[in-house]
Design a binder for this molecule. Structure first.
Ligand code: BES
Ligand code: ZN
Ligand code: ZN
Length: 468
């Protein structure tokens, strides 16, 4: 989508978009027209008055999220009309939200259809005299575009999007200045003793890769490491998923992909924060040499793991990635993973589960998430749940002995691989719900949503502002 800044509507010939609340509705010069067509200035309602070249969309002006959703509503209506240019006057504090709402809602997965409906809309004119408007538009566009970049990868099908493809895309990011990338193969992981990640990858015909990206700005004020679960497919392994649960498991790479989008966004925004990204890219498949329930794995950290369910594979991959990641000295370690169905059951499909030991850090991420429009719930660790991971024969079991609290016990499993000196620096984000939803919600189309991308880019910007 193209966005242009103009200071007034004088010479504009296209369709004018008017965001209107109940107050504005009462005062509107078009009130009679609007009443005639039954328009009420309620949220998620809109009407296109083609004879007046006007598009009215109802909104509450409470927060940015209202405007993102209103922009999505406007896009939904206008995309089927033969309208090439849309203009909208916006208060300075809502410019970013409106641009994000348009850009995010304009994403669609087209590559697997033989025919796609063309959309006429080419340019959106933002009418504002805010001196920072241009900067705000650019920033919002970048954030929304990298979120859409994540969606497109997550939506890609597992036969095309293999661990090798992820490695290739990661290398592609080095076209952006200040980003470098190293890709490690199976032999390297064997040498490093990454027995947990390697076990998961065993039955796949696609080789696993460990991917390390780095973004280094001139004078970084902080350093953050992101660790991503990159299961390009999760069949469950020998603890095979039922068919209905296997569908959508191409999205099990969402954590890794979000981390790629975050580093891409940070570099494009020129953030003064150094970022490392560690991705474990592999498939979880079945076969004669598949890893098995009853196996005992030796992780890179030396901790031994009893496998009781091969479908709890994400935590195995992350265990070795977390150990590898902590070789890098940093201020924060944040992992992103579609880790548990239990998290989706617990907090609903739109919400990310936030776990960690540092309440202040958790709060700062949750507050940034809220501003970005992403939903979070904090899930608290406790000593009783921790005991449920005990194994009779190894240092830890890969599943809990209870059927309850599965999102938290998965988080506690990861905690076992966090070094004491890093406990306060670590956050685990379970994005199993929002990463992929098979229906439209707000400005998110059906399929991948890029969960975790916007909340972290907002958080990184706040980190930068706090230090400056
Ligand atoms: N990738 C799944 C988690 C998942 C479920 C993501 C639904 C998105 C939507 C993960 O690898 C998994 O299968 N976890 C198991 C863990 C269980 C065996 C302890 C689960 O949640 O059922
Ligand atoms: Zn699984
Ligand atoms: Zn998985």
């Amino acid at each position: 989508m193209r966005f242009e800044l103009i200071s007034n509507l004088e010479n504009f010939k296209g369709v004018e978009l008017i965001f209107i609340d109940e107050d504005g509705f009462d005062k509107s010069t078009d009130k009679d027209e609007l009443v005639k067509v039954g328009f009420k200035a309620k949220e998620e309602s809109g009407v296109y008055l083609s004879h007046l070249n006007k598009l009215y969309v109802g909104v509450k002006f409470d927060d940015s999220e209202d405007l993102r959703i209103a922009a999505a509503k406007a896009y939904e209506i206008i995309k089927i009309a033969p309208c090439e240019e849309l203009a909208v006057e916006i208060l300075p504090e809502f410019i970013e939200a409106v641009v994000e709402g348009f850009e995010l809602s304009s994403y669609s997965l087209t590559k697997y259809k033989s025919k796609n409906e063309p959309v006429s809309l080419k340019t959106i004119y933002i009418v504002s005299s805010d001196e920072k408007a241009l900067k705000k538009i650019e920033k919002a566009k970048t954030i929304a575009c990298v979120t859409n970049y994540a969606k497109d990868i997550v939506n890609s099908i597992p036969n095309d999007y293999t661990p090798a493809k992820m490695a290739e895309d990661a290398k592609g990011l080095t076209k952006i200045s200040n980003i470098t990338c190293k890709v490690y193969d199976k032999e390297f992981m064997e040498k490093e003793g990454m027995g947990a990640l390697l076990a998961v990858s065993k039955a796949s015909i696609h080789e696993p890769y460990l991917i390390h990206l780095n973004y280094k700005p001139k004078n970084p004020i902080k350093k953050v490491v992101y660790i991503g679960k990159g299961l390009t497919y999760d069949s469950g392994g020998l603890s095979l998923k039922p068919s209905d649960y296997m569908v959508t498991m191409k999205a099990d790479k969402s954590g890794a992909v979000a981390a790629m989008a975050i580093i891409k966004g940070a570099a494009k925004l020129n953030l003064a924060v150094e970022i490392d990204v560690i991705l474990g890219a592999t498939e979880n498949m079945i076969g004669g040499d598949a890893y098995k329930p009853d196996d005992v794995l030796k992780s890179m950290s030396g901790t031994t793991i009893e496998v009781r369910n091969t479908d709890a594979e994400g935590r195995l991959v992350l265990a070795d990635c977390l150990t590898f990641a902590q070789k890098i000295e940093a201020d924060y370690y944040i992992d992103l993973a579609t880790l548990t169905g239990a998290c989706v059951v617990g907090v609903g499909e739109y919400t990310t589960g936030v776990m960690g030991h540092n309440d202040e850090l958790k709060n700062s991420i949750e507050s940034a998430a809220k501003k970005s429009g992403e939903l979070t719930n904090s899930l608290h660790f406790n000593r009783h749940l921790k005991k449920l991971l005990k194994s009779l024969i190894a240092d830890i079991s890969n599943i809990s002995s209870s059927r309850y609290g599965g999102a938290i016990t998965a988080g506690l499993f990861l905690d076992k691989f966090i070094e004491d000196k890093n406990k306060q620096k670590w956050i685990h984000l379970d994005i199993a719900g929002p990463a992929f939803v098979e229906k439209t919600w707000g400005y998110n189309g059906a399929g991948a949503s890029g969960a975790g991308v916007r909340m972290n880019l907002y958080w990184l910007q706040e980190l930068e502002n706090k230090e400056a």
